[in-house]
Design a protein. Structure first.
Length: 187
């Protein structure tokens, strides 16, 4: 069974280590898994119910369509001032609407990431899981990956080339694949 995973990265910086981690996930995806790295979060305006009307925000509609077509979501988040980056929170807000029928409703969502601090961004990951759960996503609580020391660890090494990170990320992807396959088989 083919599994489609939509990856969202909470950093817009060109050299983002979380972006690199998402690229590693695409590279390490197990057979039968297609990970689409979403481009375009920077083009989506801050959520405002006044502009959330049919044909109102094409960039948000594209995000919703991509999420609706996915079997699961994989969110990569750095930690900004101890919490979730605004761009990722904004994407979650858009995906949560319309209320009760958002594009991530009931879909498995895994949150991972890397940050400079010694805990690898766990506060941001926890806040992201909280927001996703409230937005209707089915947070996969037992799949976690927080990589500390990103600035030094990935200064000269891409996450895909870090054996420990690649193994941990592959394990997350394999377990998410098995979870989604199991849900599809049960449906």
């Amino acid at each position: 069974m083919s599994v489609r995973i939509l990856a969202l990265v909470g950093s817009l910086r060109a050299g983002s280590h979380n972006r690199q981690l998402a690229e590693a996930a695409v590279k390490l995806a197990p057979e039968g898994v297609d990970i689409a790295l979403y481009e375009g979060l920077a083009e989506i305006p801050f959520y405002n119910e006044d502009i959330d009307v049919e044909d109102g925000v094409p960039a948000a509609a594209q995000l919703r369509e991509a999420a609706a077509a996915a079997d699961a979501l994989l969110l990569f988040t750095p930690e900004y001032n101890g919490t979730i980056p605004a761009v990722l929170k904004n994407a979650i807000d858009w995906l949560s609407r319309p209320f009760g029928a958002g594009a991530i409703g009931g879909k498995p969502v895994v949150v991972v990431g890397t940050a400079f601090g010694q805990y690898g961004g766990v506060w941001a990951q926890d806040e992201t899981r909280k927001a996703v759960g409230i937005a209707g996503g089915k947070v996969v609580e037992d799949l976690k990956l927080a990589i500390p020391g990103s600035v030094t660890r990935f200064a000269e090494t891409h996450p895909a080339d870090d054996t420990e990170v690649a193994e941990q990320l592959a394990e997350v992807l394999n377990r998410l694949h098995a979870l989604v396959d199991g849900e599809k088989a049960a449906a």
